[in-house]
Structures are given as structure tokens and as C-alpha cells.
Design a protein around this ligand. Sequence first.
Ligand code: CTP
Length: 446
Amino acid sequence: MSGRTPSSPSSPASPPRPAPPPSAPAPPAADRASAGARPTVALAVSGSIAAYKAAEVARLLIQGGARVLPIMTRAAQQFLGPMTLSGLCGEPVRDTMWDPAFAGELHVALAAEADLVLLVPATADLLARLAAGRADDLVTALALCAKGPVLAAPAMHPRMWAHPATARNVAALAADGRVQLVGPVFGEVASGERGLGRMAEPAAIAAAAFAQLAPRDLAGLRVVVTAGPTLEDLDPVRFLGNRSTGKMGFAVAERAALRGAQVTLIAGPVSLAAPPGARRVDVRGALSMRAALWQALGDDLRGADALIMTAAVSDYRPAEQHATKLKRTPDLATLPLVPNPDLLAEVGAARADLAGAARPDGSRSPVLVGFAVETASDEGVIAYARHKLAQKRVDMIVANHAADSFGRDDNRATLVTRDAADALGVLPKPALADRILDQVSRMCAR
Ligand code: CTP
């Protein structure tokens, strides 16, 4: 399928375009990330049946905290309506360099805005034109003018991918080093045949995009993250648990790994895929989480620079764990429980006792971060957080409301430290993870 866009003025039927983006260059991605700003992705869609998946990629990018500027070739608009992308992105779809409503050079203005140019899907034709350095439409001109990385997700029939001409173009792009590829993958293509040429899945494309955008500012930092619930078994079929899904902890682990940290993720039972680059240790109950935690930290706590305890550790477990299923009896109306250890408080106490953990300024290593999920008012949540900060002897508590956090993709949290309470407002969990990691990184650098 051709991705070629005719170099002609906008059709008279085109809706009027909103104001152009400002052409002032944005600060580099690394500075923007540490400042909590949204990275900007120019998402260019070319003409392939896989174009419909670009809408899902846009959604995932936005969900992950990015701003998305949509661009479509005319051919792409045969496969996906521009209104879908402009509606999802909240930005006008650009499809030509010759927009009379835009004063200036649109490809230059977009390139100045974009921290990443993402080509989804990239047709055989687009790869050929990129390899040749063509700039005869908005997409290729933008790719040529990009100031940051360019990432392309090829999609085509396996015979087109295997053709020597495509192989030559891909090799030329690799040699130039200016366009990275994500996929294609082996699988079913539009014709129903199977082979190498299917576009990478939207989640993989979004993950690759975020990997390109991430600053490597946490390189060298060893971070242990706990996530999810703990499940406390009563017998082979029953357990005590809670509503934690693990999304927050997985987001912290994913962002930390993307930013270059060495990450150990200790996960209770959750149905989430391991974040790329993180070492995952699966556990079930609080006692097995405790064992994995000390294994990762080491008795002298020198195994990590930071511990981020997002896990909803069960405070109690059944006094007895039965090997066979309990039968219904009147005696079982009351379930005897015993308290679980407070894992974070144990580490906090151990750190306070370890002379070697003290830094010259009196702060201690590793940096310890806890979470507090409450159902109280905002003031009550912060008061509880301050109490937990002191009681568990940690450096920061991420305080939030159960209704704002459990199972959701975003969260409204306050970062409570000894001297401050920074209310962050509602953020997607990856963006909140970045803010937590920014603070952890500052504390580690003290
Ligand atoms: N935590 C822990 N071990 C436990 C319980 C909690 O390490 N047995 C950690 C959690 O990972 C989280 C923080 O401590 O970082 C939450 O503390 P806390 O609010 O005390 O847990 P809750 O059970 O919610 O406490 P409470 O019932 O007092 O509100």
C-alpha cells in the first residue's frame, strides 16, 4: 500500500485548521521529564490496513503522559478517519505541508515540538522514501528534520518485508542510525497469511516510544520496588487478600528501568506483564515478600540505593494454614488471625540501627519510600502519612485515597516528606511514578 501524499494544497472540503503549534523549540526530553513536563510525540500514520492500530498507540501514549501531535498521509486517511486521531489526541490532524492556514514551515515547527517522531505504521514505501532521504510530503520532511529520535513500526505483507529492495532500505536506515525500528513481528497479516511483516502490537510500540523518550538519569541507581497485594492462605482454596492490582508498583518499576535504574520488582499475585528491563521476583504472602525483600536488600542494606514499597501488604494472616480444605463447621464462624510483620518498618528500624547506613549529612541509605492508602479527608490522609513517616522511620510517604487509586490508571497523590507535603493532583500512574522517582533521585544524590 502506498504511503505517498500528493504535494497539493488542502482539499477545499477540509475542515478549517486550528492555530498552528508554536515554533519555539522545546527543551530537551531529559530536562522536560525531570521538570514533570509531558514529552511530545509526533505520531505520523501512513497508508496500511494496520493504520487503525495507530489510534490505540495514540491512546497508550496519552495514557502514559505524552502529548501526541497526529499527522496522517492522505493514504492513511483511507484506513482511519482523521477525526478519530484528532479526537483522541485533542490536536488537529496535519496532512500536508501546503496548509494555507499555517504561516511558516509546518515540518520545521512540528520537528521543533517533537521529542520523538513515531511512524505507525511504516509502509514499505515509507521505508524506501526514508532510506532515500526524500522529503516530498509532511511525514518524510518531518522525519528528515527531526531533532530527536525517529521510531518506525513497519507493517507489510511478509513477501514485501522479505524483498531485497526492502531489506536494502532497512539496512541503509540501520547504517545511517537515524531511524530505529520496532517490529515487524511474525504473525497473521491483513491477507490472513502468516509471516514476518505484521506490525508490532500497540503496547510494544508505545513501550518502545517511551524507552526512546526516557532520560537515563537513574543509571547506576539500584531500586527495589514491591507491588500488588499479598495473599494470605487459609487452606488450598481460600485466602485473605485486598484490592491492589499492582499497577502503581509496576509503573514505578517500568519508569525506573526506562530511566536506567537497575530494578528488582518483588510482586505479589497480579496479572500484569513484567516491565522490560526489571528483574521480577514473584511472591504470595507477606512472609515470602519479606524473605524476597531481605534477599534483595541484604542484611547490611547495601543491596539497594532505594526501596519503594507500593505493595499492599496484608496486616494479618490466618493463625493456621491448613493443608486440606476446611469444612463448614459452626466453630469456623470466627477466623483466628495473627499479625504480619510490618516489612517497611522493619527495614526502617534496621537502617536506623546501622551506623554504616548514615551519610555525611545525617541522611541514611537506602532511601525508603512507603505508600499510605486511606479513606479519610485530604487533611486526614496527610496527617496519617506524617505519622507513618515517623513510625516507620522512612524518608517519604506517598499518600493517596483508596477511591482515587485502586485499579485505576491514574492517581491523585501527595508526596509527604519530613518538611513538605507536595500535592500533585491527578496524574497517570507512569507520570506519578516519575515524580516519585525524581524525588528519590534527589534524596539519593544528597
Ligand atoms: N507495609 C509493610 N508491611 C505491612 C503493612 C504495610 O511494609 N505489614 C507498607 C506498605 O507497603 C506501604 C506502607 O507500609 O508502603 C503502608 O503502611 P500502612 O498504612 O501502615 O499499612 P496499612 O495496613 O494501610 O495501615 P493502617 O491499617 O494503619 O492504615
